[in-house]
Ligand binder design. Structure first.
Ligand code: HEC
Length: 124
């Protein structure tokens, strides 16, 4: 009987310690529960094509597969050399499959529709 008592105390102490530890872990480490909500977003769509003119078919074929025509014509006006760089950027960074042989005609067209002195530039 006498030998049992210290063991019982030890056991009780361990149980208390474990319970205190668990309680502490719960209050200190638990972040507020995550609340998920469902939202619905209507993204703008566009079926606009590039302004008619020589080179427009190239732009329609290779620039509308990823984004709208507005993404191109609503940018600040660029000179032909800058459009060439922009075409290169679309190819290099985004993988646009624009044939290099089309670059000249495309950049000429883009500078005409959105270059310094173009009708689009006049509206900004
Ligand atoms: C493979 C997909 C893809 C194709 C094809 C593509 N673009 Fe882009 N373009 C993008 C992405 C992605 C962005 C947005 C980049 C950002 O937000 O940083 C972008 C953005 C732009 C911008 C905004 C300015 C900038 O540099 O971010 C212009 C101008 C542009 N594209 C022109 C064109 C033209 C001209 C063509 C056709 C010759 C074209 N893009 C074809 C993917 C593409």
């Amino acid at each position: 009987m006498r030998t049992q008592e210290p063991r019982a105390h030890l056991l009780a102490a361990l149980v208390l310690l474990a319970a205190a530890g668990a309680a502490h872990a719960q209050t200190a480490a638990s972040p507020p529960p995550v609340q998920w909500t469902k939202v619905s977003v209507d993204l703008p769509t566009s079926d606009a094509i590039f302004p008619a003119g020589e080179g427009a078919q190239i732009a329609n074929a290779y620039c509308l597969m990823c984004h709208s025509e507005g993404m191109v014509v609503r940018q600040p006006p660029l000179a032909k050399a800058q459009w060439l760089e922009e075409i290169g950027k679309m190819r290099k960074f985004w993988g646009a499959p624009i044939p290099a042989a089309q670059d000249e005609a495309l950049a000429t067209y883009l500078a005409r529709i959105n270059g310094p002195g173009s009708p689009a530039a006049a509206t900004r």
